[in-house]
Ligand binder design. Structure first.
Ligand code: HEC
Ligand code: HEC
Length: 337
């Protein structure tokens, strides 16, 4: 889908919101999931299309890694919901990392970054993978020299960061600004929220009722991006202590991980911080019980056996969160010549 069509789709959605606000009595349960129309660009440097374009180039540029063979997109790949389809992404050491690569979709709305929330901003987060030996194994001194030797990069860093030029901070600022533009597009679910009853199937509608009702999913997966941005132990059977590394005195932080958003989730298997659940059926089975028995187990969980029809309905609802397909053109990167 080209840019113009995408923009049109956004405008139609926005228009519908206005029309239905007047004509249809609002439903507070559905309203809680209505998507916002603007992106919160809370970065150090204000948004500009040039800054986001520079950030996009850097996001896809393997020259940010030690061996110049790996970029952010190697592990946060747009073709797989901005993740990778393996449990634990493979980094510079050619071994699987201890945790699954989470999506960068809708990162502009994330209040904490990483599964345990150890970074507060996208700017702070971006420096981590570039220099981590097990991830990109880069070194900012080398990267600055390498990028400065590329005339087009040197020019744009000079225009956008006249005092700093190419630096660790300007690199991560540009990447973070680009990441904030990675937003899930309109989905059938959004059209239904805006009043189009034919946009999703009856099965998906029943799935939504379960999600916000009996199955208790919306106790944690709340709001338009389906996350409360908080940390919970959902009883997975592994040894990772998660958030407890940052909050050692909070008993509920033990084995707790950040609630992931659920938009475009169908592209993002395997699931969970350890990639231990291979598909959505395994996720639905997990939430019916059999949790690791720990004092930190989240009180918001509502384990209950579901009939096969109810499981199908929940999956139909999660599928309705898949946005209309949008191309992600990869940038042509500038070279030294
Ligand atoms: C080798 C694979 C790999 C590469 C390369 C990589 N990441 Fe990640 N990324 C991960 C993993 C794994 C995590 C989760 C780690 C954790 O939570 O402890 C993560 C977490 C993140 C998060 C947090 C998302 C959330 O939901 O909290 C963001 C944002 C992110 N990476 C962006 C980037 C950017 C930007 C780059 C390039 C500069 C990059 N990543 C390169 C594997 C990678
Ligand atoms: C107690 C809060 C809570 C409840 C209730 C809850 N979830 Fe989750 N959900 C989480 C957390 C936290 C994670 C990540 C856990 C981890 O990796 O350790 C998660 C992960 C997921 C994932 C995997 C996403 C990914 O990117 O890997 C899916 C899918 C999911 N939940 C769907 C559901 C459904 C469907 C329900 C209802 C049956 C539900 N959740 C109920 C908190 C919750």
């Amino acid at each position: 889908m080209n840019r113009g069509v995408l923009l049109l789709a956004v405008l139609i959605g926005a228009g519908a919101a206005g029309v239905f606000a007047d004509e249809v009595a609002s439903d507070p349960v559905k309203d809680a999931f209505r998507r916002p129309l603007t992106i919160p660009f809370g970065g150090k440097t204000s948004y500009s299309p040039q800054l986001a374009t520079l950030g996009k180039m850097l996001y896809f540029d393997p020259r940010l890694s030690g061996a110049q063979n790996m970029s952010c997109a190697s592990c946060h790949n747009p073709s797989f919901g901005w993740e990778v389809p393996v449990p634990g992404a493979v980094g510079a050491l050619n071994t699987a990392l201890g945790r699954q690569a989470p999506t960068v979709l809708n990162a502009a709305w994330m209040e904490h970054l990483f599964w345990d929330g150890r970074a507060a901003t996208l700017e702070d987060q971006a420096a981590g993978p570039i220099t981590a030996a097990a991830e990109m194994n880069g070194n900012f001194d080398d990267i600055v020299v390498r990028l400065s030797a590329v005339p087009e990069y040197k020019h744009w860093f000079g225009v956008l960061f006249p005092k700093e030029g190419v630096s660790a901070s300007s690199i991560t600022t540009a990447i973070a600004t680009y990441e904030r533009t990675i937003v899930t597009g309109w989905s059938p679910f959004d059209r239904w929220i805006e009043g189009d009853e034919a946009a999703i199937t009856d099965s998906a509608k029943r799935g939504f009722e379960l999600f916000v009702g009996e199955a208790g999913c919306a106790n944690c997966h709340t709001g338009w991006n389906f996350t409360d941005n908080r940390f919970h132990d959902i009883g997975l059977h592994d040894d990772d202590i998660g958030r407890a590394a940052l909050e050692p005195n909070n008993p509920m932080a033990d084995h707790a991980f950040k609630t992931p958003g659920l938009r475009n989730v169908m592209y993002r298997a395997p699931f969970m911080h350890d990639g231990s659940l291979p598909d959505m059926n395994a996720v639905i089975v997990h939430y019916q019980g059999g949790f690791a028995d720990r004092p930190s187990l989240a009180k918001e969980l509502k384990p209950a056996p579901l009939t096969s029809r109810q499981s199908e309905d929940l999956v139909a609802f999660l599928k309705a969160l898949t946005a209309d397909e949008a191309d992600v053109p990869t940038p042509v990167l500038p070279t030294t010549q």
